[in-house]
Design a protein around this ligand. Structure first.
Ligand code: FEO
Length: 172
């Protein structure tokens, strides 16, 4: 059984992952409106990954015979100054999510809840990738600067991103 505190914190993380999904969908919509279909596609895949993350927590709570309680999802930002500002915001958001995951690991450790600790390890590793992929685009956009032709090429390249193989099923 999960402790009440752990159940509450895991439920909060479902909300945080769905908020992330909603945020990335808003970023995708922004790129659609800016005629940057590659970046829109990149963010749409990111949205889909976050839904998978939320469902991993959802399934895990049930597996431990806990209760999922879905809370309202806060509104997200919908406008940004530039593609660079969007990816900087995405990177800052992932750093925030990493801190949330680490706080969950700390709680699991304090409670001696080794099953939850083990479950969370996938997210610890995933966050390293999540931060690295957002940071890589931030660096690329900094190099692009004001060049419309380089932005066009980068957009095309980011549109090649593929959905992660497996997703939830691979880890289930
Ligand atoms: Fe679910 Fe991007 O962290």
């Amino acid at each position: 059984m999960l402790s009440e505190k752990m159940q509450a914190e895991l439920n909060k993380q479902i909300n945080a992952e769905l908020y992330s999904a909603y945020l990335y969908l808003a970023m995708s919509a922004y790129f659609e409106s800016e005629d940057l279909p590659g970046m829109a596609q990149w963010m749409r895949l990111q949205y889909e990954e976050e839904v998978v993350h939320a469902l991993k927590f959802y399934d895990y709570i049930h597996e431990r015979r806990g209760r999922v309680l879905l809370a309202p999802i806060e509104a997200v930002q919908t406008e940004w100054e530039s593609p660079l500002a969007v990816f900087e915001a995405a990177l800052a958001h992932e750093q925030h999510v990493t801190a949330l995951i680490h706080a969950l690991v700390k709680l699991a450790t304090e409670e001696g809840d080794y099953a939850t600790q083990s479950f969370l390890q996938w997210f610890v590793d995933e966050q390293v990738e999540e931060e690295a992929s957002a940071d890589a685009v931030v660096q690329q956009l900094r190099r692009v600067g004001d060049s419309a032709s380089l932005l066009f090429l980068l957009d095309r390249e980011l549109g090649q991103r593929q959905a992660e193989a497996g997703g939830a099923e691979a880890e289930a």
